[in-house]
Design a protein around this ligand. Structure first.
Ligand SMILES: NC(=O)c1ccc[n+]([C@@H]2O[C@H](COP(=O)([O-])OP(=O)(O)OC[C@H]3O[C@@H](n4cnc5c(N)ncnc54)[C@H](OP(=O)(O)O)[C@@H]3O)[C@@H](O)[C@H]2O)c1
Length: 337
């Protein structure tokens, strides 16, 4: 597949904090790929489009079934980097047989999309990518788990800078989370649990520099995905926030992810391995790169033919080794401790 032969990729929310990182990563990977940056403020999208090249802005109206697009508009994929609670963007992708990327769903959010897919299972490839950092952490975890014959436990801890916040759409999602369904999903002793007690919702973990962090579990899709793939009986994902004042002078807000695995090696011995991902960039950088890797794969620009209609999670389309290699090449420091 050649990027220059493809219709443009429609990135709704492409002018947002994550969106601009996603389209820039896609542009870097595929200079020939045409892009359409969709949003309500077409001036903002147009400025970004000029910066990117081979891109144009389009006004999106999620109150309309045609999304406010011209009848002859044609795309190769629909990527939605905001919570579209109408799901009109997904219906549009299904009606046109286009790959669809859903990026803003918590683990308790996916029911309506699953139902829509069940109605039209052969209409389009639908990818859930609401996973932590655009699926890059789940994919890295699966790569690290490859040395194990059996995985018993997956504990993921992440440390964010307090100033590393997203745009208004991300704040809206956080508000939805705190007002709506606050219980995070964990897997504990082989059971899926919507955690409510302090003991279940929090975990202390050791950061990259040895700092002890108290993290709080978070209802992202990663727990469900990693449990499904590995059948580990313990799976959880906890976030801690670092005060900006504790950042070394002159350093911007970065983040770190610690992935701890307990499992069996091929020789039958039990082992505990710890991997760390350290990224000096704000979290929207890695999240956007995750989007770019997913889109290029869905379109068949890497890793094989375009992805066929179906309902997918990142591991169903992406190669974990490829994702880890790309992250390293982009500058994320990945180490086995
Ligand atoms: N899965 C992950 O790894 C991950 C990571 C980070 C963030 N997220 C999610 O990604 C989303 C974007 O976060 P962000 O920080 O980039 O937010 P943001 O800066 O507010 O970006 C939102 C984008 O969507 C557009 N938009 C908002 N409402 C719209 C509407 N009704 N119709 C059409 N376009 C609309 C905005 O442009 P206009 O204002 O011009 O409309 C903007 O381009 C959030 O849902 C966040 O929770 C997911």
């Amino acid at each position: 597949m050649n990027a220059s032969n493809l219709k443009p990729v429609l990135v709704i929310g492409g002018s947002g904090i994550v969106g601009r990182r996603a389209v820039k990563a896609l542009r870097e990977l595929h200079p020939e790929l045409a892009l359409r940056i969709g949003g309500r403020d077409v001036g903002k999208a147009a400025a970004l489009a000029r910066e990117l090249g081979r891109a144009e802005a389009v006004r999106i109206d999620l109150e309309r079934d045609d999304l406010g697009l011209a009848p002859d508009a044609a795309f190769s994929a629909v990527v939605v980097l905001l919570k579209d609670d109408t799901l009109r963007s997904m219906k549009y992708a299904q009606a046109h047989g286009l790959p669809y990327v859903s990026f803003s769903d918590f683990v308790f959010d996916i029911g309506p999309e699953v139902a829509l897919h069940i109605q039209k299972p052969t209409a389009a490839p639908v990818l859930f990518l609401g996973h932590f950092l655009g699926g890059t952490v789940a994919m890295s975890t699966l790569q690290f788990a490859r040395e194990l014959k059996k995985v018993h436990s997956i504990l993921i801890g992440a440390v964010f800078d307090e100033e590393d916040v997203g745009g208004p759409a991300a704040s809206g999602d956080m508000e939805r989370l705190t007002k709506g369904v606050p219980s995070p999903l964990i897997r504990k002793d082989g059971k899926f649990l919507w955690a409510t007690t302090e003991e279940d919702t929090t975990r202390t973990f050791q950061g990259v520099d040895g700092t002890q962090w108290k993290g709080r579990a978070y209802p992202l899709l990663d727990v469900a995905t990693l449990a499904a793939v590995t059948d580990a009986s313990t799976v959880r994902l906890d976030f801690a926030v670092r005060a900006a004042s504790s950042r070394p002078a002159g350093q911007g807000p970065g983040h770190e992810v610690i992935i701890e695995l307990i499992g069996e090696l091929p020789d039958g011995t039990t082992t505990h391995v710890r991997h760390t991902l350290v990224d000096g960039d704000v979290h929207s950088g890695l999240s956007g790169r995750g989007v770019a890797l997913a889109v290029e794969r869905l379109l068949g620009l890497v890793g094989g033919a375009p992805v066929a209609p179906g309902l997918y999670s990142p591991e169903g389309v992406l190669d974990p080794a490829h994702v880890v290699e790309r992250l390293k090449a982009w500058g994320t420091r990945i180490q086995r401790a």
